[in-house]
Design a protein around this ligand. Structure first.
Ligand SMILES: [Mn+2]
Length: 406
């Protein structure tokens, strides 16, 4: 008898994954003039437990098992094959049951075939030979990640086969979110809102950046079950002026501004929200208040101008203007795409269009004055503008002061 087993992954309908795989084949073929097999590798056990499933592999398979791979071979009638590790029966009592390469896994994931992971290399070699010694995978230079590591590895392994990067084509799928993906994103934001509210209400009782980060992590994970979008950035005082402050290990500086950049996930989709607040609950420092209003004005400009047809560069030019006119330096871009990756891979030469989810995050960083300010929202581009998906998380001074009072 099969042991009882909790099925993980598959956050979206099976038809979504099928449609994505079919479209991936078309996108790759259009750009490379003929049908190409496409390979996605899932994370190994350690990486999957420590971080999360690889977003590219997840996007096309929904599979949450470690040590898995997906081969989409348009030259075969059994086009989509999910490769799974058969597992070690003696490990089941230690690690729990896992999904093996059997009929149940095939039906569950809606693929044409499943196979033992030990057969992957031979199957990939055969698929590439049929396609004229060519194989497609995904890699990127900026924020490379697990799939890029796999690209480099397979490039070395596969002798006599040309490895083609199809990420530039496949991002044209990932940039547009369907209704189910938007619903996942909304849930991730709702969890983030509740976690932030509850943490900010307790702020006066918390003593360290670590305590704030722990509260957020506890709220996000206990509601979402799943991983965080990224480790929270909690910078008190001057640490808020470090864009990706990685430490969260200092005491909270009394009365200093506190910058919190964090996000929960839902179904793998990430929220990405930053708020900067005075720790004692009141925006009574004149300089902080003045710079805060400036950043808020840029955030409002970003929201006002984010609409179909505008490119990221054009939005940057409009939204940062008050900050630059005031003599401050622009240290980063206003927007990135958000999805399964918190910095979702995208083609930024494509103007924004309905269904895209982007960040709106102006900031001013003043290490010499002992603080940094960033206000970051997630915007859904709509037919005639955008929706501020994070509008329920306050950012105006009176609304934030009300939230901080609890
Ligand atoms: Mn961001």
């Amino acid at each position: 008898m099969m042991p009882a087993m909790t099925i993980r992954g598959l956050s979206l309908p099976l038809t979504t994954y099928r449609r994505r795989r079919a479209r991936a084949v078309r996108l790759a073929a259009e750009a490379h003039t003929r049908a190409l097999p496409i390979l996605f590798i899932g994370c190994d056990e350690n990486r999957l437990r420590a971080v999360r499933q690889d977003p590219w592999f997840d996007y096309y398979s929904g599979c949450a098992e470690p040590d898995a791979a997906l081969l989409i071979d348009p030259l075969r009638s059994t086009r989509d094959t999910l490769f799974l590790h058969p597992g070690d029966p003696s490990r089941v009592i230690w690690d729990g049951p896992r999904l093996g390469p059997d009929e149940r896994a095939r039906r569950l994931h809606g693929v044409h075939a499943v196979a033992d992971l030990s057969r992957l290399e031979a199957a990939v070699g055969a698929a590439a030979r049929r396609a004229g010694y060519r194989l497609a995978m995904c890699t990127r230079e900026r924020e490379p990640g697990f799939q890029a590591e796999q690209f480099a590895l397979w490039k070395k392994e596969l002798k006599g086969i040309t490895l083609i990067n199809v990420e530039p084509q496949l991002v044209h799928q990932r940039m547009y979110k369907d209704a189910d993906e938007v619903a996942c994103h909304r849930r991730a934001i709702a969890i983030t809102r509740d976690g932030l509210r509850s943490t900010l209400r307790q702020l006066r009782t918390l003593r360290s950046e670590a305590a704030v980060a722990s509260q957020l992590t506890m709220h996000y994970r206990s509601v979402a079950y799943g991983p965080l979008a990224f480790p929270p950035i909690v910078g008190s005082g001057v640490h808020g002026a470090t864009l990706h402050y990685p430490h969260n290990d200092q005491p909270l500086v009394p009365r200093a501004p506190l910058l919190i950049d964090s996000g929960a996930t839902s179904g793998g989709y990430c929220a990405d929200v930053t708020r900067t607040v005075p720790q004692h609950g009141r925006f009574d420092d004149r300089r902080f208040r003045e710079v805060y209003e400036l950043v808020l004005a840029c955030n409002a400009l970003g929201r006002r101008h984010a609409r179909p047809g505008i490119t990221r560069d054009e939005l940057n030019a409009v939204a940062w203007k008050p900050i630059i006119d005031a003599g401050f330096i622009r240290h980063h871009g206003l927007s990135h795409h958000i999805g399964l990756d918190v910095h979702d891979p995208a083609d930024y030469t494509v103007p924004f269009a309905p269904g895209m989810i982007i960040s709106n995050e102006p900031g001013v960083y003043l290490p010499d004055e002992g603080f940094g300010i960033r206000i970051e929202d997630d915007l859904l581009i709509t037919a005639d503008g955008c929706e501020d998906m994070t509008r329920e998380i306050p950012k105006t001074i009176p609304a934030l002061e009300r939230w901080l009072r609890g």
